[in-house]
Write a protein that binds this ligand. Structure first.
Ligand code: SAM
Length: 289
């Protein structure tokens, strides 16, 4: 029986046994705190019927926990040096499938069809921080059937996903995440819960996928172009932000009319708008121009 990972002793032993060298470029910080692992499993609500996608299993620490609670775990790991280690640490868990690939290149819809008959999966990960946003947005935008995503991210990024207008952290990521999911910060996690220690604080955030988006918008792609344009030039007014965007081709007059049409002052900044207001703005452009 393989020893349970998730503590400094077992983690260091397995790393030394395989002479594993941490790769900074893959954002490798392995969890060594069993309390944090328990919190993640509980927050994700993993049960015996669930199929879980784990992104970046590392040496398999969280994978062991997931395998004990879920029906099936599919773990995608980019670093081929970790594959023999995972072969040992997950040897006792026949319900785990390891895929040696880049998560950004994997057809996740196909994985879900294959392993869960196209039914919603749960995603759990201690994410490589260098690609947090593309991973999360990729999961939402590709329309993969997902129940919830429970992930460890940089603390500052968790804050950005959760806040609304009026905060300095509010931005395109907040709006994108909140269009698809309801965010909830589960726990803050200090650097000493990892080997090696990251330079930043971390947090576990759960994103529960909405069945229907919270706002009605005819052209979501247009809404996201408007959002990007507004936050690309944060200090400018909404009017100037939309006017200067290479992604939009409305005239100055059209933009002024749309802003007034929503009952907003001409001097309003994009960072003051709620998701509902961005949806209404997109719908105004679709209906009038
Ligand atoms: N889950 C492990 C844990 O909690 O101890 C490791 C977490 S570590 C922060 C991130 C993991 O993601 C590493 O194992 C790294 O090699 C892997 N990784 C990095 N980029 C990846 C990518 N593009 N696709 C799949 N895995 C990736």
């Amino acid at each position: 029986m393989q020893n349970k990972l998730g503590n400094p002793k077992e983690t260091i032993e397995i790393i030394q046994k395989y002479q594993f060298v941490f790769q900074k470029k893959f954002g490798q910080n392995f969890l060594i705190d069993p309390h944090v692992l328990d919190k993640i499993i509980t927050a994700a609500g993993i049960g015996p019927e669930d199929c879980v996608l784990e992104i970046g299993p590392g040496i398999g620490t969280m994978t062991q926990y997931l395998a004990e609670h879920a029906r099936q775990v599919v773990a995608v790991e980019i670093d081929s040096n970790l594959i023999p280690i995972l072969g040992e640490t997950l040897n006792d868990y026949p319900n785990v499938t390891i895929i040696n690939d880049d998560i950004l290149k994997v057809d996740i819809n196909h994985l879900v069809d294959e392993h869960n008959g196209g039914n919603p999966i749960k995603v759990v990960a201690n994410l490589p921080y260098y690609i947090t946003t593309p991973i999360i947005m990729g999961l939402f935008e590709s329309g993969v059937p997902i129940d919830n995503i429970t992930v460890m991210v940089q603390k500052e990024v968790a804050d950005r996903m959760q806040v609304g207008p009026g905060s300095k952290d509010y931005g395109a990521l907040s709006l994108a995440v909140q269009y698809y999911a309801s965010p909830y910060i589960v726990a803050n996690v200090p650097p000493n819960c990892f080997i090696p220690r990251p330079n930043v604080g971390s947090a576990v955030i759960r994103l529960t996928r909405y069945k229907e988006p919270p706002v009605q918008v005819t052209d979501p792609a247009l809404m996201f172009r408007l959002i990007r344009a507004s936050f690309n030039q944060r200090r400018k007014t909404l009017q100037n932000g939309l006017n200067n965007s290479p992604e939009l081709s409305y005239t100055k007059e059209d933009i002024a009319e749309a802003i007034a049409g929503l009952g907003l002052p001409a001097s309003v900044r994009g960072e003051a708008l709620t998701l509902e207001q961005f949806a209404a703005l997109a719908n105004y452009f679709t209906e009038h121009f």
